[in-house]
Design a protein around this ligand. Sequence first.
Ligand code: SF4
Ligand code: SF4
Length: 67
Amino acid sequence: MSPTKRRAVVDQAVCVACGCCVKVCPLSAIRVERGLYAAVDPARCVGCGKCAKECPASVIRMEEVAR
Ligand code: SF4
Ligand code: SF4
């Protein structure tokens, strides 16, 4: 079995660009792009899940990805 890591994925079609996720990310791995939607930098994200808990619109899911 190959090792996996968790990372956050934003459903950008329904993100309301409130920026709550940006404030709680300890690694600055998520940001709001062009004031439209949040985007995760997969190289920085450690999969802590803080952003997903904070999102008022529940549009962030945690995903297992191969390393
Ligand atoms: S899961 Fe954690 S590290 Fe990744 S974007 Fe969300 S708050 Fe940041
Ligand atoms: S907290 Fe949720 S709705 Fe707000 S910017 Fe982040 S992903 Fe979008």
